[in-house]
Design a protein around this ligand. Sequence first.
Ligand code: ADP
Length: 325
Amino acid sequence: MGKQVKTIGVLTSGGDAPGMNAAVRAVVRTGISKGLNVVGVRRGYNGLINGDLIDMSLRSVSDIIHRGGTMLYTARCDEFRYESGLQKATQTCIDHGIDGVVVIGGDGSFRGARDLSLRGIPCVGIPGTIDNDIACTDYTIGYDTAMNTAMEMIDKCRDTAQSHDRCLVVEVMGRRCGDIALNTGIACGATSIVVPEVPFDMQKDCLERIQKDLTRGKRHFIIIVAEGYGKVEEIAQQVGDFTGITARALVLGHVQRGGNPSVRDRVMASEMGHYAIEKLLCNGIGNRVIALKDSKIVDFDILEALEQKKEFNMELYRIAHEISI
Ligand code: ADP
């Protein structure tokens, strides 16, 4: 059992994701309702190093549940990876009586949370990234909104692809993870879905499929490519050369990180934020990360969580392949 927690900090770190605000709100409101003081730490670990802190009240998190981005700002902080940065951050916590920190971010941010926990400041991580690339959890906050945004954007472009008999090769986000590509690919009726997790045979899985479809009368095509695979220009060029149809490459980019969070992201963020406080209060030890496993909220030791290997949904990938003929 760790020491009694009275004051906690909350920060968002790494890339922003829709739903981070909902998580901050849940952390603040749960914390205060359980008698804790809650301090907002601004711009990720930079705020701990520089003492950039704000007192949070019930009202300070009003009107944010529906907003994308993060009211606490977020950043990457190289200094925190080194002994000097870690030392300054630990000292800030000691100086301000912060005896627990909730870290909302991705894998990198959890490594920082583990380091801080080892320094005697208990930390609990909440998975916040649009990429869904954290192995220990089936779901990360922001993922649902990002997929819906990508789907809407692709639907809009599809109108032009259809009107002009074109092939559209679209890159969606996800870093090394193909989950956004797989799901938006299915949702948009893509002819081919290209992800880093599965070997891709350009000739067989794409060019010959399009050629065959052309002989059946299909005139427009969507190919979805995960960020971790890239090469959309190259794919578009090959499609054009092989089939004779006009192919255009499009990188959707940061539009997928913004916007109002979906219902799922708001609810998941609220549940995880609430659970994180309960976790900090029940053991005061920290070094835990919150996760969704088989539709249940659970938690893992951060080190164990970071050692897990992310599994790709091959069954869904096979279904996508089969129904896209
Ligand atoms: P994400 O949390 O989305 O994976 P990053 O990988 O950029 O994003 O990590 C966010 C921040 O977490 C970094 O800027 C750094 O402050 C901290 N961090 C990342 N990796 C480590 C590490 N190995 N050790 C300590 N802190 C880290």
